[in-house]
Design a protein around this ligand. Structure first.
Ligand code: HEC
Length: 217
């Protein structure tokens, strides 16, 4: 269900932005009459896409373990603002607003890709967070803390803090009884919708393994 909704969400976002891009192009090239005609003909489509986009987005937020993370809140606030700017651009035939709205949509798109307000990729972000651990000796509690940090940055969004969220068909990590080797290879190579974390070092993988196993009941 989550995955179908996610695809529908992505599709409606692409169509919605494409529709606005056509309107922005008409504004930027000064074709006011054409815009009025195009707007009239696509009104129902516009309402349908906006409703589908917000509806599917709302559903995904309610399902995602990190639905209320800072990144998601920035994304929603930005989206609502940008949709407002886009509305004004079309209503008032304003080129500056059209450019602003297009830039806003591009930012939100990159935000959704990276899940970071500064648009850093996951590896860069995670490695920056892990720097504080670098100098510490690998005591078991330190290893577990590092594993937890990695888990929260990379795994939480599907498996949830307790390992049971099951978002996007993620397996329950509390009942999982995979061997150490299989857990390590699942993390390093990914599986179905789970991405590969090939950038994690051997030490980081071992610490993550220890943390994942600590979630088991
Ligand atoms: C995009 C969502 C997503 C993210 C992020 C994610 N997983 Fe998964 N995970 C899944 C899915 C889906 C499966 C089940 C794959 C399948 O159907 O074979 C899974 C399966 C697993 C399994 C196998 C469990 C078993 O019993 O077979 C382990 C272990 C695991 N994930 C650990 C992690 C760890 C550790 C991270 C972070 C580094 C992580 N996952 C990040 C979605 C995710």
């Amino acid at each position: 269900m989550d995955i179908g909704i996610l695809h529908t969400h992505t599709l409606t976002v692409v169509l919605y932005v494409a529709l606005f891009a056509v309107k922005a192009l008409l504004i930027l090239t000064g074709q006011r009459n054409l815009l009025t005609t195009f707007n009239g003909k696509t009104r129902i489509l516009h309402i349908f896409l906006a409703t589908a986009l917000l509806g599917t987005g709302g559903y995904l937020l309610s399902r995602a373990p990190e639905g209320t993370s800072a990144y998601n809140i920035v994304k929603i606030v930005f989206l609502v603002l940008t949709m407002g700017v886009a509305f004004v651009a079309v209503k008032r035939f304003k080129a500056s607003f059209a450019v602003l709205a297009l830039s806003g949509f591009v930012y939100i798109f990159l935000l959704a890709k990276t899940r970071d307000i500064f648009l850093r990729n996951e590896e860069t972000r995670l490695k920056a967070t892990l720097q504080s651990f670098e100098t510490v000796s690998p005591r078991p509690d330190v290893a577990l803390a590092r594993g937890k940090t990695i888990y929260e940055a990379a795994c939480n969004r599907c498996h949830g803090a307790d390992g049971r969220a099951g978002y996007r068909k993620a397996f329950d990590l509390q009942t999982s009884r995979l061997s150490d080797a299989a857990v390590l290879s699942t993390i390093a190579a990914g599986r179905k919708t789970m991405p590969a974390y090939s950038y994690l070092s051997k030490q980081e993988l071992d610490d993550l393994l220890a943390y994942v196993k600590s979630l088991r009941k």
